[in-house]
Design a protein around this ligand. Structure first.
Ligand SMILES: *Cc1c(COP(=O)(O)O)cnc(C)c1O
Length: 320
């Protein structure tokens, strides 16, 4: 996208699109399946962010990547697997949330990954521990490269700009109709922000409908649009020549109605959506992100809010 932004391919594009038959709603529902994206033992949306973030870690000559997440963090696992494969050490600051079998399995994988795990329990304690974590993971004067939760920096969000550009090319090749909406979970915001920017750059009319699944960060439409604007400024600063794009608060609708009691708290609506996706559409979801977003899609479609237009669900979950 920009000559002076190094990029490291970690998966095989394009990811497939398909029509989900058998849901019986008003809008035809398509899925763009990111679950298979990533060659390193884990897939999904986090891998696309790392394609931009890992070369930056190299450019900074970092020895260690330091980042944060919940106990079951998909992001932390993706960093652990892909960064360590590039010869970087990984340190994770972890905070508590409700634990289910999926979280336990993630923790086992995190422990096996070789990443250094720091159990800080609460966000407040994580913030207090930050200076210590940075000092602890500084080696030979080289500071750790700190990445925010979910990898949602302006650079990380470029991963989803590419997802949107890829989608635009699939639309122009006639593989699916231009969607009215893309529905995606919003956990740290990089995916929704990058998609919105990519859609505008590609000249599609599609809008982003983000189901907010995290109550520990500010993730309203203004915050998400601001992140998209920072990614755009970064591309321009690094020499990308891009069309004028008007990014407005309308480009991303952030819906909080499917969050439930909080981040990683399962909900009845989520569970029902997970079962419908598996039973009626052959789609495997999990309860923290994708099931809540799919529940939002089903409910908003049933209430007519999606206007009967084609809807694209972004499947961001990539277990192996
Ligand atoms: C992290 C994650 C998301 C959310 O993406 P953000 O860019 O953090 O908003 C969605 N789905 C899954 C499965 C994830 O792991």
């Amino acid at each position: 996208m920009a000559d002076s932004l190094p990029h490291l391919a970690l998966g095989r594009a394009p990811t497939p699109v398909r029509l989900l038959e058998g849901l019986g709603g008003r809008s035809p529902v398509w899925v763009k399946d990111e679950s298979g994206y990533g060659d390193g033992g884990w897939g999904g949306n986090k891998v696309r962010k790392l394609e931009w973030l890992l070369p930056e870690a190299r450019r900074r000559r970092a020895h260690t990547i330091l980042t944060v997440g919940g106990l079951g963090t998909n992001w932390g696992l993706a960093v652990a697997l892909y960064a360590r494969a590039e010869g970087l050490d990984v340190a994770l600051g972890l905070i508590d949330h409700p634990i289910d079998e999926h979280t336990r399995e993630q923790l086992r994988r995190l422990r096996a990954s070789g990443a250094r795990l720091h159990f800080l329990h609460t966000k407040a304690r994580l913030v207090l521990a930050a200076p210590w974590l940075i000092a602890r993971h500084t080696h030979g004067g080289r500071l750790p490269y700190y990445l925010p939760a979910g990898g949602s920096s302006p650079l990380g969000a470029l991963g989803s700009v590419e997802t949107a550009l890829e989608l635009a090319s699939q639309v122009s090749r006639g593989l699916l109709p231009e969607p009215g909406w893309i529905v995606t979970p919003v956990g740290s915001g990089g995916t929704a922000a990058g998609l919105a920017l990519g859609l505008r750059l590609a000249g599609l009319r599609t809008r982003v409908l983000g189901a907010v699944v995290n109550d520990t960060l500010r993730l309203d439409s203004a915050a998400l649009t601001a992140l998209a604007a920072k990614s755009l400024a970064l591309l321009r600063a690094r020499g990308a020549r891009l069309p004028q794009v008007g990014l407005g608060a309308d480009d991303i609708v952030a819906e909080r109605g499917w969050l439930g009691p909080g981040y990683a708290h399962p909900t009845a609506q989520g569970r029902a959506a997970l079962q419908r996706a598996a039973g009626q559409a052959g789609l495997r979801l999990e309860q923290t992100y994708t099931a809540k977003a799919f529940a939002a899609l089903l409910d908003l479609d049933a209430s007519g809010r999606l206007g009967g237009e084609p809807v694209l669900f972004l499947n961001t979950f990539g277990p192996r």
